[in-house]
Design a protein around this ligand. Structure first.
Ligand code: NAP
Ligand code: MG
Length: 480
């Protein structure tokens, strides 16, 4: 683990294995951080926050962030390879993260020098007074990440920390710790002082210790709604600030007037990318009745053509699921879909033969004629499984789209402005993509309504969550 600029073992000396999900083989063992290691990291983060890092002015933080952006670009092949090995993401896909990681760092580096308070004309103090606000970094942040986008998610968590002058203890997911460790090392190389970015690898109990630690001022969590709820409770002791990026069951809506040459591959990509292990995956696919049969058939054909294979092979479009647990979970939903009467048109089973049989592979799966109450239409599967449902009117599809405990994202495919705007306005989701899907921009806020969480990542709003506002009311001496 990297704590206070040093590579250290867990205080207990324990380790745990991380696997390559394409083969089921152990890649390496990493330190098993627990409460005592979290405590050590939080203390280091506090010292750095109060010490060397507090003397970095905005332009100094900007400079190290721009240097980090360059280092991340230079070393991205290595970071992508770590994620391909650890997560199973196809190398053709993990490499694509390079531009986004570097642009995130550069965008936040820009914001670092654009932070300002306000001067206020007070009606309470005499005229000869000065009232202003200043932005104060929130302090020590605990960042807890899921496994589905390790390096991208780690960069996303570091950006507001570095831009605001906070410090961080990052707990990556147990399945995918490797690229976060390398990123923290690059931070040191970029000139980020020791203790500003600490990475504690470990299991859920390490995350829980971070959420409960009285020396942590804020938790930034991305993961499941269930763990999010536990973190809210654990954080109550010292009333931590929280941001929660949680699960989803996102509606993706295709109107009869859509360009099907875009919508078919778009809808497939929306749910099969990263083997469906994306919080905002377009898993509830609503297709308007006049094109329903044609669309479903074309989608099934598309699904059957996706190249599933060795993630290290440059031609591979889809790799395995991340773990045996995830495989078992998804297989449970495949059975539930069939039992509840959905029509299986593609995929639907684990790959059992050939060289992929050792890994956790499930091919793109299409269930048609799904109804709103089936489990595959309601619960987050986090696998390459799409539930297709017909609809008739725009009012109906907005109501059905909103009939979910989640509210993370949504897609609309149409050539009509009315449909696009009505759906964009009507859906209770943090993002609506029209004629595109899964587009993330450093300048555009991303996050959930309802049980998909609160707080936004990216954009100005994100950085605001890393500051306290301090009001200063200054009465000049000698005034009445
Ligand atoms: P998860 O089980 O909630 O785990 C997320 C992180 O929390 C992991 O680092 C985990 O450690 C840690 N953790 C586990 N128990 C904890 C506890 N009691 N207190 C504090 N931390 C704890 O989620 P996951 O299975 O890794 O990821 C899948 C989920 O993430 C999906 O629901 C998905 O929708 C969601 N997600 C949301 C977004 C978004 O932006 N909205 C993005 C990506 C993923 P271990 O790894 O050791 O269990
Ligand atoms: Mg792994």
């Amino acid at each position: 683990m990297l704590i206070d600029g040093e590579w250290v073992q867990a205080l207990s000396g324990e380790t745990f294995p991380t696997l390559n999900p394409a083969t089921g083989q152990v890649l390496t063992h990493v330190a098993k951080g627990q409460a005592a290691d979290i405590d050590r990291a939080v203390r280091a983060a506090r010292r750095a926050f109060e010490g060397p890092w507090s003397r970095f002015r905005p332009a100094d933080r900007q400079r190290v962030m721009l240097r980090l952006a360059e280092l991340v670009e230079q070393h991205y092949e290595e970071l992508a390879l770590l994620d391909t090995l650890d997560l199973g993401g196809p190398i053709s896909r993990t490499r694509l993260g390079r531009t986004r990681a570097a642009s995130l760092l550069r965008y936040y580096a820009g914001l670092a020098t654009a932070v300002h308070g306000e001067c206020i004309e007070s009606s309470v103090l005499p005229r000869e007074s000065l009232t202003y606000t200043m932005r104060d970094p929130v302090g020590v942040v605990g960042a807890i990440n899921p496994w589905n986008g390790p390096i991208g998610m780690a960069v996303w968590k570091l950006c507001p920390v570095l831009a605001s002058g906070c410090t961080v203890v990052l707990k990556p997911a147990e399945q995918t710790p490797l690229s976060s460790l390398r990123l923290a090392e690059l931070c040191l190389e970029a000139g980020v002082p020791a203790g500003v970015v600490n990475v504690v690898t470990g299991l859920g109990d390490a995350g829980a210790a971070l959420a409960a630690h009285p020396g942590v001022d804020k938790i930034a969590f991305t993961g499941s709604t269930q763990v999010g709820r536990a973190i809210v409770q654990a954080s109550a002791g010292n009333l931590k600030r929280l941001s929660m990026e949680l699960g989803g069951k996102s509606p993706n809506i295709v109107f009869a007037d859509a360009d099907l040459d875009l919508a078919v591959p778009g809808a497939a990509q929306a749910v099969f990318a990263n083997s469906g292990q994306i919080c905002s995956a377009g898993t509830r696919l609503f297709v308007q009745r006049p094109i329903y049969d044609e669309f479903v058939q074309r989608l099934a054909e598309h699904a059957a053509r996706v190249r599933v294979g060795d993630p290290l092979d440059e031609r591979t479009e889809m790799g395995p699921l991340v773990s045996q647990d995830q495989l078992d979970r998804v297989c449970g939903y495949l059975r539930a879909g069939v039992e509840e009467g959905a029509r299986l048109l593609a995929g639907g089973h684990r790959l059992q033969d050939g060289p992929l049989a050792q890994g956790y592979f499930i091919p793109p799966t299409v269930f048609a004629d799904v109804t709103d109450h089936m489990r595959i239409a309601r619960e987050e599967i986090f696998g390459p499984v799409v539930s297709v449902m017909p609809f008739d009117t725009v009012e109906e599809v907005i109501a059905r789209g909103n009939d979910s405990e989640y509210g993370l994202a949504a897609g609309v495919w149409t050539r009509g402005l009315d449909n696009a705007h009505l759906v964009a306005r009507g859906l209770r989701t943090g993002t609506v993509w029209v004629n595109c899907y899964q587009m993330l921009d450093p300048a555009v806020p991303f996050g959930g309504y309802k049980q998909s969480g609160y707080g936004r990542e990216s954009g100005n709003e994100h950085l605001n969550e890393y500051f306290e506002t301090k009001a200063v009311m200054l009465k000049l001496s000698g005034t009445a």
